[in-house]
Design a protein around this ligand. Structure first.
Ligand code: NAD
Length: 505
């Protein structure tokens, strides 16, 4: 077992980061941060009140004139320095993330932290690369150009599954574009968002540009979304909460960016490389203990390969080592909380009798009994309209369903309200080409499932939301476009004035 991050010692001054300082929340209510591997509380902190949200928004508002008028080069330099600080603190971040989420250290250290560093480097570059149509005389008498400007104070809300990466995906494009931000992490996983803000301060990003309010969704979250001084809301979380956030933002006519739930299909055609598909399915379903919005969740397998796929996936799942996130050799940690584990177990229990639980379907006992663990689970032969196929389980559970024709495979893949990500597996370029065109999702992988890169957009179709994280597309979302038009003629009475003055011009 490795060293555990000492959360109580790190946050004695509180778990709110407002105007460049750690302070205590003032809601009068406390929240525990629990290590899901052991069930032990590692930090108890005071939740943010609505007054704390007001203070954070005021700090962000005060910082906006200075930060938004910094040159792109100055903002870029600051983000490059942030990337350097994040990389220097990589171990610390990985330990904190594993502690609060239960992720195996190899996942935090090998994916979450380097991904965040790379994102910071990417947005440092993006800050200097504002784009728009060329200035020019689109009307003979005028010169037009476009200004791409920051929006103001952004209010962001993040989920618990990738707290560090979600903080990075929200904060980096916003501040690269010259906005200031108040981020509310999920109340059970605030540690690495607070550390990210501290790293930004160390990198010289001015106080007030990045603020963190660790508060409850219904109190701090709703207050942030409805705040009159918040010009844009960017939310990542479940579709159900996204609906509520959208309603509040719409009432305030606040610009909105939504990254919501997913239920990614994994379509295996009968000419696919079975070994590749089986390994891809197990890794794609189990990454982050299945708590990944793009995780492979619905494996549609063409009939000739179906039985072999089910048998091989089950056998491979049984080799996955479930255990202490800090132990060398652990492949799969616990879920983020006991509540999430019980929720996942509920889905599997309700599927029993209606589908086949091929492997898993239980929490391990023994030394792991105190943690929020659940065994890798394969459910086969589920009905397309069943809950296991249609609902986001968000745990280490893959559902397999057979199909006959290519038409049917693609239709089944599209048959949920979600559209975040999907994959298609085949050696035939025409089949995969068709899948990329016809599957309604924000990302379609071919012969792989999960990889993401800073340069490419991540975001949903359908009920998986709208807007993009990462990439230049995300950067653009945190800007607004202004058309500036100059008269070039110095003529007091313009030809178009005829529309008012008729032939008197
Ligand atoms: P959640 O929707 O329960 O909570 C997300 C955030 O919203 C938390 O910070 C929570 O405190 C806050 N919140 C809750 N109620 C609120 C309210 N009434 N008003 C304002 N804020 C409120 O989601 P979760 O359980 O933390 O995370 C899992 C979900 O996130 C899954 O559905 C997953 O698919 C989704 N997710 C999506 C993406 C993506 O990029 N599309 C990425 C990661 C996670």
């Amino acid at each position: 077992m490795g060293d555990r991050f000492q959360a109580e010692q790190r946050f004695t001054d509180g778990a709110q980061f407002i105007g460049g300082r750690l302070v205590h929340g003032t809601s009068g209510r406390t929240q525990d941060v629990v290590d899901p591997a052991t069930g032990e509380t590692v930090l108890t902190y005071e939740l943010a009140s609505t007054a704390d949200v007001d203070a954070a928004v005021a700090a962000a508002r005060a910082a906006f004139p200075g930060w938004s008028s910094a040159t792109p080069g100055e903002r870029s330099d600051a983000l490059h320095r942030l990337a350097t600080v994040l990389a220097a603190r990589a171990d610390d971040f990985a330990h904190a993330e594993s502690l609060q989420c239960g992720k195996p250290l190899k996942l935090s250290a090998g994916f979450d932290v380097p991904g965040t560093v790379d994102n910071a480097a990417f947005f440092a570059g993006a800050a200097r690369h504002l784009q728009g149509v060329s200035a020019g005389e689109y009307s003979a008498d005028h010169t037009s150009y476009v200004r791409r400007e920051p929006i103001g104070v952004v209010g962001s809300i993040a989920p618990w599954n990738y707290p560090l990466q979600m903080a990075a995906w929200k904060i980096l494009p916003a501040v690269a574009a010259g906005n200031t931000i108040v981020l509310k992490p999920a109340e059970i996983t605030p540690l690495t968002s607070l550390m990210f803000a501290q790293a930004a301060q160390e990198a010289g990003i001015p106080d007030g540009v990045i603020n963190i309010v660790s508060g409850a969704g219904a109190e701090a979250g709703e207050h942030l979304v409805g705040h009159p001084d918040v010009a844009m809301t960017s939310f990542t979380g479940s579709t159900a909460v996204g609906r509520r956030v959208a309603a509040i933002a719409t009432a305030g006519v606040t610009r909105l960016h939504l990254e919501l739930g997913g239920k990614a299909p994994f379509v295996v055609f009968d000419d696919a490389d079975l070994e590749a598909a089986v390994h891809g399915a197990v890794a794609g379903a189990l990454i982050n203990t299945g708590q990944d919005c793009t995780a492979a969740t619905r494996a549609y397998v063409q009939r000739p390969l179906y039985d072999a796929f089910v048998a091989d996936v089950a056998a491979l799942m049984e080799t996955v080592r479930v255990g202490d996130p800090f132990a060398a050799g652990t492949d799969l940690g616990p879920l983020v909380s006991h509540a999430q584990r019980d929720r996942v177990a509920g889905f599997v229990d309700r599927a029993r009798g209606r589908a086949r639980i091929v492997t898993g379907g239980e929490a391990p006992g023994g030394a792991l009994a105190a943690g929020a663990y659940y065994r890798p689970t394969l459910i086969a032969d589920a009905a397309q309209d069943s809950e296991a196929v249609q609902s986001e389980i968000f745990g280490p559970v893959l559902v397999a369903v057979p199909f006959d024709t290519d038409d049917e495979g693609i239709a089944l893949a599209n048959d949920t309200p979600y559209g975040l990500a999907a994959s298609a597996w085949s050696r035939d370029v025409y089949r995969t080409g068709r899948a990329t065109r016809e599957i309604r999702a924000g990302c379609v992988w071919i012969n792989d499932h999960i990889p993401i890169i800073s340069e490419m957009p991540h975001g949903g179709y359908k009920h998986s939301g709208w807007g993009k994280d990462m990439s230049a597309y995300s950067f653009e979302e945190y800007t607004q476009v202004k058309h500036v038009m100059y008269d070039n003629t110095a003529v007091p009475r313009k030809d178009w004035h005829r529309t008012i003055f008729g032939d008197r011009t």
